[in-house]
Ligand binder design. Structure first.
Ligand code: ADP
Ligand code: MG
Length: 264
C-alpha cells in the first residue's frame, strides 16, 4: 500500500508539516490566532480544543482549502502557502473533512476510485474509467478497512463509523505521507472507534504515514499520540504529552470551567 517512510527532502529529521504564525480571520472574527504547529515524519499529533476553538479552520489553512490571513505553511520542505489543494495532495498531504465528503449515491468502491482521480489529475477527469492498479489498491484498502462486504453498496447506506472508515480509505488512496484527520470518531459507534484506532496505528507504524488528528475528545488522542496541541479561542493554549495536557489547569478550565478533570 503506502510506501512513504520519511520526508525525502528533510532526511527524516526536519518536520514534515510546519505552520508558522497561522492566523485566519472571518470578517472581525479571529478563528485561528497566530498558531505555530509542526508534525514530524511518521509522527501522530493530536489537535484538540473545545467546539469553535479553530481546529477545523486550522486544518483548512494547513491543507490549503482556505487561504491564511497571515502566516505560512511548509510541507516536505516546500512552501505551500499559495498552492492549490490538489497540488498539496499530490505532494503527499491528504485530509478528511469533519462533514463527510463521500458521494452517497456511488458505491464504496466508486468513492475510493474517484478520490485518487481528482487528487492525481484534477476534477476534469473525475469520470475517467479507473485502471486495474487503482482498482486493486482500492480493493486492498477496502479489505484492510473491513468494508469488503459493503464494497458494492451505495455509500449513503453506510453507518457513521463505516463512512469514516471509507473516508480514511479515500485519504489513503493517494499514498500520502501525512493525513489530516478531522473528527474521526464523531457519529461513530463506540465499538467501531476501537477498530478505527487500530487501523490508524497500523497505517502509521507499517506505512510510516504521519497524522494530525483533530478531536473534540482528548481520550481518543491520548491512546494514539505522543504529542498534543490544544487550541482555545483560536490560539494555542498548551502543547505536550497527553498525560501532561490532561493535568494542565488551563486545559481543564477551557474544557470544564474549573470544576472537573479532563482525565477519565
Ligand atoms: P472547531 O473545529 O474547533 O470546532 P472551527 O474552526 O469550525 O472550530 O470554528 C472556529 C471559529 O470560526 C468558530 O467561531 C466558527 O463559528 C468560526 N467559523 C468557522 N468557519 C467559518 C466561516 N466560514 N465563516 C465565519 N466564521 C467561521
Ligand atoms: Mg471542527
Amino acid at each position: 500500500m503506502t510506501t512513504a517512510t520519511t520526508s525525502k527532502s528533510s532526511g527524516g529529521t526536519q518536520p514534515l508539516l510546519v505552520g508558522r504564525g497561522i492566523t485566519k480571520q472571518f470578517g472581525g472574527l479571529v478563528a485561528v490566532d497566530n498558531v505555530d504547529i509542526e508534525v514530524g515524519p511518521c509522527e501522530m499529533v493530536g489537535l484538540i480544543g473545545p467546539n469553535g476553538s479553530g481546529k477545523t479552520t486550522l486544518f483548512d489553512c494547513l491543507s490549503r482549502v482556505r487561504d491564511v490571513t497571515v502566516g505560512s505553511v511548509e510541507f516536505d520542505g516546500q512552501d505551500i502557502t499559495g498552492k492549490r489543494p490538489h497540488k498539496v495532495a499530490q505532494l503527499g498531504l491528504s485530509r478528511t473533512f469533519q462533514l463527510l465528503r463521500v458521494y452517497p449515491a456511488l458505491t464504496v468502491l466508486e468513492n475510493m476510485e474517484l478520490s485518487v482521480q481528482w487528487r492525481d489529475v484534477g476534477l476534469a477527469s473525475l469520470f475517467r474509467r479507473s485502471d486495474s492498479t487503482t482498482r486493486d489498491q482500492a480493493d486492498h484498502l477496502i479489505d484492510f478497512l473491513m468494508l469488503t462486504r459493503l464494497r458494492d453498496e451505495e455509500a449513503g447506506t453506510l453507518s457513521g463509523g463505516q463512512r469514516r472508515l471509507l473516508e480514511i480509505g479515500m485519504a489513503l488512496m493517494s499514498k500520502p505521507k501525512m493525513i489530516l484527520l478531522d473528527e474521526a470518531t464523531s457519529g461513530v459507534n463506540p465499538s467501531l472507534v476501537e477498530q478505527i484506532k487500530e487501523r490508524l496505528v497500523e497505517i502509521n507504524r507499517r506505512d510510516g504515514v504521519a497524522f494530525l488528528l483533530v478531536e473534540h475528545d482528548i481520550r481518543f488522542v491520548k491512546d494514539l499520540c505522543e504529542r498534543v496541541v490544544v487550541l482555545n479561542y483560536g490560539a494555542k493554549l498548551a502543547e505536550g504529552r497527553p498525560d501532561e495536557i490532561m493535568e494542565n489547569r488551563d486545559v481543564i478550565e477551557a474544557y470544564f470551567g474549573d470544576s472537573g478533570s479532563v482525565a477519565t
